[in-house]
Design a protein around this ligand. Structure first.
Ligand SMILES: Nc1ncnc2c1ncn2[C@@H]1O[C@H](COP(=O)(O)OP(=O)(O)OP(=O)(O)O)[C@@H](O)[C@H]1O
Ligand SMILES: [Mg+2]
Length: 317
């Protein structure tokens, strides 16, 4: 069993009467890329602020490296790097000088280390340019460089890909995967995209309305959640008769003019072949996972303006 390096215990934060986070219990193991997934307002940033000791919990506690954060704050913070929402830098200073300044606050950060972290985030060629001339993506990468400056064992990143274009998002994801693989850094990152978490994280927690919905291994959660196939087929009555003849299909439902068939995706060709053999018209086959549907629904409730994007959904973005 791997070592737990970050853990929250019934963590809660209340603002006036509302709990932004409540009864949150999550565990991050050494070596994890841990995705903290939730829609807008779920409580991600509030949790991260408590983990970085920027705000105090109302109830509960956090342990980092097996010690309580509130009792060993200085010691813990030396071993973690953080990036909270938009990183703040001096625009009139270069990336190098910004990191030199931040490094002087930590102590023990030399020129070589600054160059190293800027190389890691691929900013070496812009090292002497003023930060105000940087694009949003470059600033975001500089934020990650800053989090890496003091050789942390754990980095905590709040929505590191937020506001980036698809190329910028890809670059940051690659960077995160490399940090995990090549430098053995444990990474905790928040996101509101299930696809993103699926691409970078091995473990995840979903948070909604300040409460934990589920946590575990990403692949297990996605695979153990019911898989089903939505097939649009005509005539649907004939299709139902065929479905009943397959012993491996334990459950199916009719949904408007399609069938929702609860089975693993590798059974699709077999089912499809049988439909075709009986001259049925198959117009679409969509593999679905209920965890994905669930998350899409949850996100749509948080972004009602995007309701007509329903069929596209976050999970397929
Ligand atoms: N300083 C504050 N004062 C009052 N309420 C706050 C404060 N900070 C956060 N909240 C509330 O706490 C809840 C959770 O906010 P939080 O910023 O943690 O969500 P989030 O998951 O990071 O969302 P987003 O995806 O939009 O960044 C929201 O209802 C928010 O309005
Ligand atoms: Mg946030």
């Amino acid at each position: 069993m791997s070592e737990i390096i970050l853990q929250t215990h019934n963590l809660a934060k209340r603002y006036k009467k509302r709990f932004a986070v409540s009864d949150l219990n999550i565990e991050v193991y050494r070596g994890d890329v841990f995705g903290f997934l939730g829609p807008n307002g779920a409580g991600k940033s509030t949790t991260i602020r408590m983990m970085l000791s920027l705000i105090h919990p109302t109830n509960g506690s956090i342990t980092i490296f097996s010690k309580r954060l509130d009792k060993h704050r200085g010691e813990a913070l030396k071993r973690i790097g953080g990036l909270v929402e938009k990183p703040d830098f001096y625009g009139h200073l270069s990336a190098f000088d910004n990191l030199k300044f931040i490094g002087s606050l930590y102590g023990g950060v030399n020129k070589k280390r600054i160059e190293e972290v800027l190389e890691t985030v691929k900013l070496s060629d812009r090292i002497n340019d003023k930060v105000k001339t940087y694009s949003h993506g470059m600033k975001q990468r500089l934020g990650i460089a800053q989090a890496l400056l003091a050789n942390p064992e754990l980095i905590i990143l709040d929505e590191p890909t937020s506001g980036l274009d698809p190329q910028g998002m890809r670059e940051v994801r690659e960077l995160i995967k490399n940090l995990s693989k090549e430098q053995n850094i444990t990474i905790f990152l928040s996101s509101h995209l299930l696809t993103e978490v699926e691409q970078v994280a091995n473990r995840m927690a979903i948070i909604n309305n300040g409460k934990l919905v589920v946590q575990g291994y990403v692949q297990e959660l996605l695979n153990s959640s019911d898989q089903y196939v939505q097939i649009q087929v005509e005539p649907i009555e004939a299709a139902e008769q065929i479905i009943k003849s397959f012993a491996f299909i334990k459950k199916y439902e009719r949904h408007n003019n399609s069938l929702l068939i609860y089975t693993s995706i590798d059974r699709i060709p077999e089912i499809n072949a049988e439909f075709v053999k009986h001259n049925l018209q198959v117009s679409s086959i969509i593999p679905r996972r209920s965890l994905e549907d669930y998350f899409i629904e949850m996100t749509e409730r948080a972004y009602p303006a995007f309701q007509n994007a329903k069929t596209k959904g976050v999970g397929n973005a």
